[in-house]
Design a protein around this ligand. Structure first.
Ligand code: ADP
Ligand code: ASP
Ligand code: MG
Length: 447
């Protein structure tokens, strides 16, 4: 039987109205059951992180005020959906646990990545109970299953790596439920370490939870329901004229997300590559609007050279002096990655080497400071701009023509992607807001 996994992001469940839309989509897409992955109500993860930060500074009062706001938001949603009775008994121990965790951190003035993950998981779990109760109230045979039973990861709290074989084996326990036509509702973003403690996959990681489950259950399709009409030609918050891309290749989607487009978590495409299922991105608020299908290959030749533009701010450049071997460069790249930095580029010429990273963890920030004292020149405040498109394989010169239009700009480095479908370059952070719409106009609107 064809199996689908549907994932609803925070904005898709951010209000009672949005939750009702999600239920209608689940009814239409999963008439004979399937899997629904849902992340925390929009803003909840940020609120929990703020509460944890306050507790870590000994400010338990602020942490508990934030907890009170989270409670009010959830109770109001349940009241408005008329499902307060079934969810409140499930929520009470979760709110108590979040309170104990915050009080514990507040007493110790300390927050470990492990404790932070335990707190974050509560936001995700609250929302799963809400959606499962709403589905049940609407007569859908829904059942909550805890994602930690199946999403096995390593022990890197805050940026855990999935253990694909263990996930596949564990997901088989869900097959009997699916065979009965049940709609399994589970958390995104969280998993469990080998010692049983809760882990998280990195911000935005619930896309990856959905594709990992899709891979493990040999799904035919995974649908990412969000707040835009599919993958767009650029981030709509910077480019008002960004438009939906109806079909794109897996390689393009992977490049786009790796270069920072938030619509898909950067790790979410590897399971699609392995599992070879269709990935769809659609808008919960406008299900009838256009959507994006991401396919392993597309038979039609690309209509233009560039399909989309992505960017990421807050990058750091490490300049290494010329050396016969690159051991120091590779060692720094690997140490930074272990410390929680994401690598955006690595370039070596006889003039020296350039490593570009985004430190996404305090350990990586600290390591950069240490490296600075060892002869590596470090520059902060760069952004990467990536032009992505299958057309670049055929016409790599097209990107050079675009770059020529930037002649008066400060460019920190130019990288041609390994798969041949992206060209990325570095610009100072403050130039981004003007450059992205300009490049979009040149390579997409006027192409
Ligand atoms: P969700 O909560 O559903 O996971 P996210 O906020 O993580 O949603 O991702 C959707 C957002 O990604 C959009 O609202 C949009 O602002 C941003 N975005 C950035 N680049 C793109 C792009 N190329 N196409 C679509 N959305 C993009
Ligand atoms: N709720 C988590 C976050 O805000 C996971 C996700 O949205 O995918 O990062
Ligand atoms: Mg997201």
């Amino acid at each position: 039987m064809a199996l689908k996994v549907l994932k609803f992001g925070g904005t898709s469940v951010g209000s009672p109205e949005a939750l009702r839309l999600a239920v209608a989509i689940i009814r239409a897409e999963l008439p004979r059951g399937g899997v629904v992955v849902v992340s925390a109500l929009s803003g909840t993860t940020d609120q929990i992180l703020k509460a944890v930060a306050a507790a870590g500074q000994g400010d338990t009062n602020t942490a508990l005020e934030l907890l009170a706001a989270i409670k009010v938001r959830h109770h109001t949603a349940a009241d408005r959906l008329a499902i307060a009775r079934p969810v409140e008994s499930a929520w009470a121990p979760l709110f108590d646990r979040l309170q104990s965790l915050l009080e514990g951190m507040g007493l110790l003035w300390e927050t470990s990545p492990r404790a932070k993950d335990a707190a974050l998981a509560i936001g995700e779990t609250l929302c799963v109970h809400l959606l499962a109760a709403l589905l049940q109230a609407e007569g859908v045979p829904a059942r909550m299953q805890d994602a930690r039973e199946v999403i096995h990861t390593d022990a890197r709290h805050g940026r855990a790596q999935p253990q694909v074989e263990l996930i596949r084996a564990a997901c088989q326990d869900w097959q009997p439920l699916l065979a009965q036509g049940i709609c399994i509702v589970t958390q995104g973003f969280i998993g469990s370490a080998p010692d049983g403690s809760t882990t998280t996959l990195g911000r935005g990681g619930s896309d990856t939870s959905a594709t990992l489950i899709g891979e493990a259950l040999d799904a035919d399709e995974v649908q990412i329901w969000t707040d835009v009409d599919g993958v767009l030609t650029a981030d709509p918050s910077l480019v008002a004229k960004a438009r939906p891309i109806p079909v794109m290749t897996l390689r393009e989607a992977a490049a786009l997300s790796a270069f920072g487009a938030k619509v898909l978590h950067a790790d979410s495409l590897a399971p699609v590559e392995r599992g070879r299922f269709k990935l769809v991105v659609a808008n919960t608020h406008r299900p009838e609007a256009s959507r994006t299908e991401i396919l392993a290959s597309v038979s039609e030749p690309p209509s233009g050279i560039i399909t989309s533009v992505a960017y990421k701010e807050g990058l750091v450049c490490l300049h290494f002096p010329p050396a016969r071997d690159l051991d120091a460069v590779f060692q720094a790249a690997s140490d930074l990655q272990d410390a929680g930095a994401v690598r955006y580029g690595l370039l070596s010429t006889p003039e020296g080497s350039l490593l570009v990273v985004r430190p996404e963890h305090a350990d990586a920030v600290a390591l950069l400071v240490r490296l600075e004292g060892t002869g590596v020149r470090i520059e902060r405040g760069w952004s990467s701009v990536a032009l992505v498109g299958e057309g670049l394989r055929q016409y790599p010169g097209g990107a050079l023509a675009l770059l020529a239009t930037l002649e008066k700009e400060t460019i920190g480095g130019i990288f041609a992607g390994g798969a041949g479908i992206s060209v990325a370059f570095l610009v100072p952070d403050e130039r981004l807001r003007e450059l992205i719409p300009r490049l979009h106009r040149l390579c997409i609107e006027e192409a």
